[in-house]
Design a protein around this ligand. Structure first.
Ligand SMILES: *Cc1c(COP(=O)(O)O)cnc(C)c1O
Length: 302
């Protein structure tokens, strides 16, 4: 089980590579939400998403070549960290992965292998390759690294009564829960997922990991199954878990662009979508974590 010591150690590792991300309030966004929001800009990371924090922390402790599987932000995070440490990384992506996402990973110097029709196929192939296999969801060092974002948020805004975290595998929400319990125990952490890919949500409600179909357009939230490590933390600490429609997420992306001068991918806007969909669950000072910026051309056009 992770402790705050792991998070504080991770902060030293991460801070050697990344400055803290900003967190701002925007009056027109507050007006739309009917309360004070603090937007935490993990979309301002060099890879466009918070996952780079976890990757930097995990790879600091590994000395061999790493192998992982991902379609997007996890791939880019591992590739970025491998480059920082001068380490080799191989990323298996499903054969249909978006061209620009493949190129973003290759441009960081990682080796991309296209294999399988979906994430399960890519995962199965990654298991056959040499090197240390990195699971996107079941690595405590990833959670400790990601937790540094919440330490920054609570130190700057100790008055938050709610924080809303988009959930895929659940590392981000688990990290938020651990840090809130230690430094902001009055703050409720609420998870959000797309109703069209509810595996983590349903796992949390069921009290055990379940599998669900992915029918969402929102990449970062579509994992297909619950992950044991994060779910154990969520079962203990998460205050609530909201499902939103993909259309709600698109509206939230639009609001962030127009009222908070910021670009979010679908997953990055899910927190705001949850605030707008379920105001009854939210307090008067709400942290909204914009987890990522990497919208596809199609998403931006919509
Ligand atoms: C990965 C990701 C998420 C989900 O995070 P988990 O730690 O897998 O729950 C949310 N938003 C973005 C932008 C992501 O890349």
């Amino acid at each position: 089980m992770l402790t705050m010591n792991d998070v504080l150690r991770a902060r030293r590792v991460v801070a050697a590579h990344l400055p803290p991300t900003p967190s701002w309030s925007y009056p027109l966004l507050d007006e739309a939400a009917g309360r004070r929001l603090v937007v935490k800009h993990e979309n301002a990371q060099p890879t466009g998403a918070f996952k780079v924090r976890g990757a930097l922390n995990l790879l600091a402790t590994l000395c061999d070549e790493v192998v992982t599987y991902s379609t997007g932000n996890h791939a880019r995070a591992i590739a970025y960290a491998a480059r920082e440490y001068g380490r080799k990384a191989t990323i298996v992506m499903p054969a249909g992965a978006a061209e620009l996402k493949i190129r973003a990973v290759e441009a960081l110097g990682a080796n991309v292998v296209l294999h399988g029709a979906n994430m399960a196929g890519a995962e199965a192939h990654a298991q056959t390759l040499p090197g240390r296999l990195v699971s996107p969801g079941d690595e405590p060092a990833l959670v400790a690294g990601v937790a540094t974002a919440y330490l920054e948020l609570f130190e700057r805004h100790p008055d938050l009564d709610t924080v809303v975290v988009p959930v895929g595998s659940g590392t981000g929400a688990a990290a938020a829960c651990l840090v809130a319990a230690a430094v902001a125990p009055g703050c409720r952490v609420i998870g959000v997922q797309s109703a069209a890919a509810p595996a983590a949500h349903d796992s949390w409600r069921a009290g055990q990991c379940v599998r669900r179909d992915n029918r969402t357009r929102v990449d970062g939230l579509a994992t297909g199954r619950g992950f044991d490590g994060p779910q154990a933390v969520l079962r203990e600490h998460l205050a609530d878990f909201v499902l939103v429609a993909d259309d709600d997420i698109d509206r939230a992306r639009r609001l962030l662009a127009l009222r908070a001068c910021t670009q979010a991918e679908g997953a990055g806007a899910a927190g705001l979508a949850a605030v707008l969909a379920r105001p009854d669950l939210m307090g008067s000072a709400v942290g909204v974590v914009v987890t990522g910026a990497n919208a596809t051309e199609l998403e931006l056009a919509r």
